[in-house]
Design a protein around this ligand. Structure first.
Ligand SMILES: C[S@@+](CC[C@H](N)C(=O)[O-])C[C@H]1O[C@@H](n2cnc3c(N)ncnc32)[C@H](O)[C@@H]1O
Length: 444
């Protein structure tokens, strides 16, 4: 049984872009072909000289000098053309580094290690299309440029700001709830999506506290349950909060979580309160992050890219260890697997509350968690990255575990037209698979 499962995992993992000869072969072949190409230029020059020289190919001293000079000229041209590639692409640009190592098509690289996702009850999906996302981007870039907190380190960057704004604008909720405000950037994003709707914001520290030190955002139509008034999302009497805001239909409420709490715990609390629309900012991949996420929960053997083998001599292990050279957040098998070959969650642990709690769980418990999630899910939608790494120059998240970006690699014209070239590279470094969920309790 275990053997069969392993076999299936191996065959599912075989990435399309690698040839049958394995990665090392591909690398060698690439270098060899370069050498061959250069040799043939020299050969061709020599052949040409010998064919065209008077005397039917007699290499007398003058012509030997001439051919040597020509050879020098051709070699310098080759070297210069190779160096212009080096100058044009930063040594830290993962895409150019990947090309150097023989990964020719970074575009097809997206999702090559599989993109785990949660199955919904009836296979329903979102209404919006990639065209809608592109239109949204066009509208959002100039809005983002006016953000009050320009450097939002430890908070959301561009991708997730866009995702939250887009979902809020599409759903047009009557009330927005936010758990985890920090300096208030996400409150500002929600406000841009719905200028006249109330917000309830829960955060241990009030965003106004940050104003003393620098930029922060405090909203005029937001009820802050922060500082001394802070109440955790799971302990609040939501019935009375809804009554206060005149909300009778809970499907008109959007809840946004950026509080680094176990997402299974938050999902259960949201279900209990009767909310239907949730966004989780940090939907961490298996083996990463400081809390148990939906993506981790649904990382199961029956999902492409789900379930993992801790076998060191496997395709997955080899690919993962190579990818660590390119992507800061890529995880190799050693990091992925804890004692007893526990790969689920983070090394077999269910993390919570910024990793202040870290509880070991069995695979059976982990599997049951995924069954529970699937039983209450109506829609699961992961925000794709905004653009490919050759455009954004991000070098953190591994595209092999992410869906195809909205603006694909190679589409520089579109990237520029959308105004994305005007943003600093650092704002594209925070992608962690933000997810939108539509949920409803199971009918008994
Ligand atoms: C990553 S920051 C939020 C970033 C913010 N959403 C933004 O976009 O800039 C996480 C925030 O969650 C807050 N936090 C910690 N525990 C929390 C809890 N139980 N409920 C709500 N917020 C919590 C932290 O104080 C911190 O402000």
């Amino acid at each position: 049984m275990a053997g069969k499962m392993l076999e299936r995992v191996h065959s599912l993992r075989r990435p399309a872009q690698f040839g049958g000869g394995g990665e090392d072969d591909a690398e060698d072949a690439g270098d060899e072909s370069k050498t061959r190409k250069h040799m043939s230029v020299v050969m061709r020059a020599t052949n040409y000289l010998t064919r065209t020289l008077p005397g039917g190919g007699c290499l007398c001293p003058l012509f030997l000098v001439l051919s040597f000079l020509l050879l020098l000229f051709v070699t310098s041209l080759v070297i210069r053309s190779r160096c212009s590639v080096c100058v044009g692409s930063s040594a830290y640009d993962p895409v150019s580094r990947m090309r150097f190592f023989g990964y020719e098509d970074p575009d097809s690289d997206f999702g090559s290690l599989g993109v785990p996702w949660c199955r919904s009850k009836h296979g329903k999906t979102v209404e919006w299309t990639s065209k809608d996302l592109l239109k949204g981007l066009e509208e959002f870039v100039p809005i983002y440029e006016t953000r009050p907190i320009k450097n939002n380190m430890y908070g959301m960057g561009f991708d997730h700001s866009f995702g939250l704004w887009f979902v809020a604008r599409w759903l047009k909720p009557d009330l927005m709830i936010e758990s985890g405000a920090f300096k208030g950037h996400s409150t500002w994003v929600l406000r841009q999506a719905m200028p006249d709707k109330p917000i309830v914001s829960l955060s241990p520290r009030h965003p106004e506290k940050y104003l003393k030190k620098g930029p922060a955002y405090v909203d005029g139509n937001c009820t802050y349950l922060a500082g001394k008034e802070f109440v955790d999302f799971g302990s609040l009497n939501w019935g009375s909060v809804m009554k206060k805001h005149g909300i009778t239909d809970l499907s008109r409420v959007l809840v946004f979580f950026d509080d680094h709490q176990n997402e299974l715990k938050r999902l259960k609390q949201a279900l209990k309160a009767g909310f239907r629309h949730l966004v989780f900012e940090d939907n961490y991949d298996t083996g990463t992050g400081d809390h148990y996420s939906l993506r981790q929960i649904c990382d199961q053997f029956y999902i492409r890219g789900g379930g993992h083998s801790c076998f060191k001599d496997s395709d997955e292990a080899r690919i993962r260890s190579r990818r660590k050279n390119f992507w800061e957040k890529a995880v190799d098998i050693k990091e992925l697997c804890g004692p007893g070959e526990a790969w689920w969650g983070v090394r077999g642990h269910m993390r919570d509350d910024f990793n202040h709690s870290n509880k070991a769980i069995t695979y059976t418990e982990h599997f049951q968690n995924s069954r529970f999630v699937e039983s209450v899910l109506d829609v699961y939608w992961e925000l794709p990255p905004v653009a490919g790494p050759s455009l954004t120059h991000q070098n953190r998240y591994d595209p092999a575990r992410a869906p195809t970006p909205i603006v694909e690699d190679g589409r520089f014209g579109l990237f520029q037209r959308l105004g994305l070239t005007g943003l600093e590279n650092s704002v594209f470094n925070g992608y962690t698979q933000m997810v939108y969920l539509q949920i409803s309790a199971q009918k008994s």
